[in-house]
Design a protein around this ligand. Structure first.
Ligand code: IMP
Length: 455
């Protein structure tokens, strides 16, 4: 394998860091784009080919003419997939089985999973604020060894056995909750109707990725959610139900050599969070409102406000270690333009104790210990050369590098794809492609994962 033949892009905070723009930038350098975690709880809006595209499940490289792969670490809602395929088809992009491979081991998200999730969330004493896309229950079924996997659709007898096992569990649960149960015949009928549509896309992913790398192709792994939402290493229980660390790229594809990829974490120059859960550097009141306004921190579709606060180097540093992040892409630097000073949390204080490391439970009486840095008055928006940044902005970036221990190799200074400072990103540069690029004068793009929420 050549150096820098594979790259993993993942979120280094609580999601919505602007991964969409970075993945879009790098997809043009890749031959295949691979999803390995999450499901349609993730997503972004991209403007490409002169149009706006909303993608939740489809790997974004399809917009660049690059084939996409959905690995077994994704849980796949087939209804959502075909809705998305139809939507992009109406916009002029055909997603044929030549261009999209779904792993035969991918567990399916079924309508009952959304029903179960809504019932569970409404009964929690402290709701998590999930996306209600059925992701958690589908992953629980996978771990419970009762999931229906994409490849099961090919075997009618096996499928019926699986449905029996699935419903014996869920109908008992739904009955106990006093919720309507799931009808076996209706579910089987839905799955049988799905089989001829989905199966043409279904194949074994590990040999495909191995052959691709052997042929010299470059693989971009598109991470969903972010390390602080990881089920083990995030702010449990206010997390997603799967792993979001770079190691998941190997586990969630079955291609172990993905661990050799370059790992790029994406973080904002400040912090945002959607859903419930601890957020030590959250700014309340007018300061939080001001940052939200400056950053346009509202879901693009729903307009729902995101929680906003200062950059938290202590959690990002821990996330870098857990996630296997080797370098950072820093986004939305321009949002801090004009502030007299900027703050960065470097540690915490709990009662009288000084904590260098974030504790397992970030909630409670935890106070961030801030370092205050000088702000900059000249605008950074649109700057594409690091040396043109105001000295204070360069100082801020340098301090983030010191505090997190990794280099900042990409800096985004605006929504437009070209508003980016590239400082030696190993995956960015000349590519020897087998797939011709789609010529495109590109786009603002925005990560809108929180917009897929239904509540
Ligand atoms: P779930 O993934 O739907 O189970 O939601 C669990 C938590 O993760 C909720 O707080 C969601 O808001 C959050 N979440 C899930 N996916 C994303 C994402 O892609 N970006 C940001 N937050 C997310």
């Amino acid at each position: 394998m050549k150096a820098n033949q594979q790259c993993i892009v993942m979120g280094a905070q609580w999601g919505d860091e602007g991964k969409g723009k970075i993945v879009d930038l790098l997809a043009a350098q890749a031959d295949r784009v691979v999803r390995f975690n999450g499901g349609n709880n993730a997503g972004h809006t991209l403007v490409a080919r002169g149009r706006t595209w909303k993608l939740n499940l489809l790997p974004c490289g399809l917009l660049h003419g690059r084939p996409g792969v959905i690995g077994s670490g994704v849980v796949l809602d087939p209804e959502a997939l075909f809705r998305e395929i139809n939507a992009v088809q109406q916009q002029g992009l055909d997603v044929t089985p030549d261009q999209l491979t779904v792993s035969d081991r991918t567990a399916l998200v079924l309508p009952m999973h959304r029903q179960v999730e809504a019932a569970e969330e409404s009964r929690r004493r402290r709701p998590i604020g999930t996306t209600l896309r059925g992701i958690g229950p589908a992953i629980q079924d996978k771990a419970g060894r009762r999931a229906i996997r994409a490849g099961d659709l090919a075997d009618a007898t096996l499928l019926e056995e699986r449905v029996d096992d699935l419903l014996s569990y869920h109908n008992a649960l739904l009955t106990g909750w006093g919720e309507p149960t799931v009808d076996k015949d209706v579910l089987l009928q839905q799955l049988r109707a799905l089989a001829p549509r989905l199966l043409p896309y279904v194949d074994a992913v590990p040999p495909l990725l191995e052959a691709s790398v052997r042929a010299g192709e470059r693989l971009l792994y598109e991470g969903a959610q972010a390390i602080l939402l990881d089920v083990d290493h995030g702010t449990y229980p206010y997390v997603t139900s799967s792993h979001t660390a770079a190691a998941q790229a190997a586990l969630g594809t079955g291609y172990g050599a993905a661990v050799q990829a370059t790992v790029l974490g994406v973080c904002k120059a400040y912090t945002t969070r959607v859903g419930n859960g601890p957020f030590p550097t959250e700014l309340g009141g007018p300061d939080g409102d001001a940052l939200r306004e400056r950053g346009g921190e509202y879901g693009v579709n729903t307009g729902r406000p995101r929680r906003c606060g200062w950059f938290d180097a202590a959690t990002v540093r821990a996330g870098i270690r857990a996630g296997g992040i080797q370098s950072l892409a820093l986004t939305k630097l321009d949002v801090l333009d004009g502030l007299p000073e900027v703050r960065v949390a470097v540690a915490y204080r709990q009662k009288e104790e000084f904590l260098q490391e974030p504790p397992a439970d970030l909630s409670g009486d935890l106070e961030p210990v801030y370092e205050t840095l000088p702000g900059w008055s000249q605008p950074t928006a649109g700057i594409r050369d690091f040396h043109e940044l105001p000295a204070e902005a360069r100082g801020f970036v340098g301090r983030i590098e010191e505090l997190t221990g990794v280099p900042v190799i990409l800096i985004s200074t605006g929504a437009h794809r070209d508003d980016t400072i590239v400082r030696g990103c190993p995956f960015y540069g000349s590519r020897s492609s087998t797939h011709p690029p789609v010529i495109d004068n590109h786009p603002p793009s925005a990560h809108v994962a929180d917009d897929v929420r239904r509540h």
